[in-house]
Write a protein that binds this ligand. Sequence first.
Ligand code: RP5
Length: 155
Amino acid sequence: MKVAVIMGSASDWDVMSAACTTLEEFGVPYEKKVLSAHRNPGPLAAYVESAPEKGCEVFIAGAGGAAHLPGVIAALTTLPVIGIPVKSKALNGLDSLLSIVQMPSGVPVATMAIDGARNAALYAISILALQDQDLASKLKQFRKQQSDKVLATVL
Ligand code: RP5
């Protein structure tokens, strides 16, 4: 795998699945896992610390509420961590967003929009594309198709 996709609960899957389908679209090998920072701190640490041995180069982590999962992962690795604030029931994801985006200086998490799982995968792909010409070409082609689609719009 190149990317580890971690979510705090199976209830995050409806949002997080978009990251996985996007990675599949680009042929990026990934592994998905449900591991909670507060319910499974030990197994989470073991997973993050062993992921590089399996080829992992980027982490994508999604959580909602007091969403400390991406920050805890970032504390355990120097690999890039991309955080997805999952929309919560009580505060519509504002709690998740602020928990993830406001990382104290020294341990960064690249924070996406609320429920921004597709962009998380695209950002992971941009990182991997720095060292992978095929992936860089696919990404350029994707952007061109996206642009062409807008330009071809007839109202
Ligand atoms: C977080 O709490 C999870 O990431 C999820 O977004 C939220 C609710 O989890 P469940 O109570 O549905 O398991 O840890």
